[in-house]
Write a protein that binds this ligand. Structure first.
Ligand SMILES: C[S@@+](CC[C@H](N)C(=O)[O-])C[C@H]1O[C@@H](n2cnc3c(N)ncnc32)[C@H](O)[C@@H]1O
Length: 225
């Protein structure tokens, strides 16, 4: 058995942030996020569009895919789907040298990619958020995806959302943000982690409990732009 040495997340929060719901409400109103889309993200988005348009059938988004390990594993698990892994780190993405035919790794910032995808009314069949950076300090709330101004675009994409973290509060905050959109989602412990990602393997080898939320967003009404 392997043993890791990864330390559990340390935070000055003992539960979901008290400003979380107010932050979700404010960003849902959509009045505060006018950050321009960077041209390199437009180019990356166009590459993804070309790739997906040439491939009929459902697709899966692996958001923050890191090295792309999970993108490849998902592509093997779901051979009838096209699997797009997106990460902003060239360094991480460059570690993967070959991918299955039904997978693509793309360097882009999700903050722009999600907004472009939502505006184009893309809808992945499944949407994975695997071990996003926790940004666990209380002052970092708005860097976590559920409290980020881009969260409405994530919701608009729909699909089946799977979020995993080694910090239970992250997944609890995701569930609270979803509840604000009328989506009931339960947080559960990942009892037998299959090692879908390098971070999942690392945390599991270190004996850390892992947490997940898995919920269908397809029944949501499309947002009005
Ligand atoms: C903790 S790592 C997890 C990577 C992978 N999912 C795993 O479990 O092994 C978080 C990843 O999210 C990526 N990331 C963070 N913010 C991002 C953003 N705004 N756009 C794209 N990728 C981002 C980082 O580059 C990093 O690879």
């Amino acid at each position: 058995m392997s043993h890791g040495n990864s330390r559990p997340v340390s935070s000055n929060q003992s539960g979901p942030h008290e400003d979380l719901v107010a932050t979700v409400v404010r960003f849902r109103a959509g009045t505060e996020f006018r950050k321009p889309i960077a041209s390199f993200n437009r180019v990356a988005f166009a590459q993804a569009a070309d790739w997906l348009n040439a491939r009929p059938g459902p697709w899966i988004l692996d958001a923050g895919c890191g090295t792309g390990d999970s993108t490849c594993r998902l592509a093997e698990r779901f051979p009838d789907c096209s699997v797009l892994g997106v990460d902003r780190s060239e360094h991480r993405l460059s570690r993967k040298h070959s991918v299955p035919d039904n997978a693509m790794l793309l360097r882009a910032d999700l903050v722009d990619f999600w907004r472009l995808a939502a505006a184009a009314r893309w809808q992945p069949k499944q949407h994975y958020l695997l071990y996003p950076n926790p940004y666990p300090r209380r002052q970092q709330l708005k860097q976590r995806w559920p409290a980020h101004p881009v969260f409405p675009a994530i919701m608009q994409l729909g699909g089946h959302l799977e979020c995993r973290s080694n910090w239970p509060i992250y997944v609890q905050e995701m569930a609270l943000a979803l509840a604000h959109y009328g989506v009931a989602a339960e947080v559960s412990q990942l009892d037998a982690p299959e090692g879908l990602t390098p971070f999942e393997r690392k945390y599991h080898a270190s004996g850390q409990p892992l947490w997940r939320l898995s919920v269908d967003l397809n029944h949501l009404e499309p947002a009005v732009n």
